[in-house]
Design a protein around this ligand. Structure first.
Ligand SMILES: Nc1ccn([C@@H]2O[C@H](COP(=O)(O)OP(=O)(O)OP(=O)(O)O)[C@@H](O)[C@H]2O)c(=O)n1
Ligand SMILES: C[C@](O)(CO)[C@H](O)COP(=O)(O)O
Length: 241
């Protein structure tokens, strides 16, 4: 199998989380979210190099990753910019190598899910991503009128959910294809919120591999309690030490 590099975007400010420090430094069972995520990725032997992409003003990361076999990269204004900075820092990567992009804010990713994604994509010329099926009925809202309170929206349409999935990370793509797709999106002034969208813009259809629902992205403050629950559940299942 081609070499597999990892890029961990960790340069976000966590505005929706609303704490003094970015959410990657929130404590989850006594360790930072960042520490959990990096340890999960380090536990996957197929991953050869890991780039952690940090905000230029980050003063906390070194307390977490000092001494770990990861390289530090400075990110950008958008997640997409940070991912691209991480890619461009991987100077040993060849176009056909794999790059696995995983949010630092997803500390509970299961190493077995990562390995299943690697296996499922092993012979794929493009790559794919972890995802899980939508369970609720999904509504598209009517446009929010100027000054209208967001919570007073009305239904415009029900979206058939049989073809809907939640995109997660890791997202795994051939290094050269992803680099060029993100450069193309940037050149076109398009901000994509995941790597797959950049690939789809160029006509690719990334493979969807079902992943566990406990691969939660810490986004809002109340996500931390849910993450604590999922972590305890994973420990009871032997998923992690
Ligand atoms: N300029 C950015 C923005 C986000 N991220 C990273 O991308 C992941 C997913 O982004 P998100 O959950 O939106 O994190 P934040 O941008 O920090 O959150 P918010 O949008 O609430 O500010 C996170 O690991 C975050 O650190 C990044 O590396 N660079
Ligand atoms: C990449 C991602 O986690 C897939 O669901 C998501 O798009 C990140 O979005 P965010 O707004 O940057 O958290």
């Amino acid at each position: 199998m081609s070499a597999c590099f990892a890029v961990l975007p960790a340069a976000g400010s966590g505005s929706r989380f609303g704490a003094q420090h970015a959410k990657q430094y929130a404590l989850l069972d006594g360790q930072t979210v960042m520490a959990h995520t990096v340890q999960r990725l380090l536990s996957v032997p197929e991953i050869t190099d890991i780039a952690v992409v940090l905000a230029a003003h980050d003063q906390l990361a070194e307390r977490v990753i000092a001494g770990l076999p990861v390289c530090r990269v400075i990110g950008g204004a958008e997640r997409m910019d940070s991912v691209l900075a991480g890619l461009l820092a991987l100077t040993d990567a060849h176009d056909d190598d794999w790059v696995l992009v995983h949010d630092i804010a997803r500390p509970l990713v299961r190493p077995d899910d990562i390995r299943r994604l690697l296996t499922a994509c092993a012979d794929d010329p493009v790559g794919g991503l972890l995802a899980h099926a939508v369970r609720d009925t999904i509504k598209r809202t009517q446009p929010v009128a100027q000054g209208q309170v967001a919570d007073s929206r009305c239904v415009a349409q029900t979206i058939p959910r049989d073809e809907l999935m939640h995109a997660l990370t890791p997202q795994l793509f051939r290094y050269g294809l992803l680099r060029d797709a993100l450069l193309a999106a940037r050149a076109d002034g398009v901000v994509v919120t995941d790597e797959a969208a950049a690939m789809e813009r160029l006509g690719h259809s990334p493979r969807l591999v079902t992943g566990a629902r406990d691969n939660l992205k810490i986004t809002y403050a109340d996500d931390l309690a849910l993450a604590e629950f999922y972590l305890a559940q994973q420990r009871a299942q032997g998923v992690c030490p």
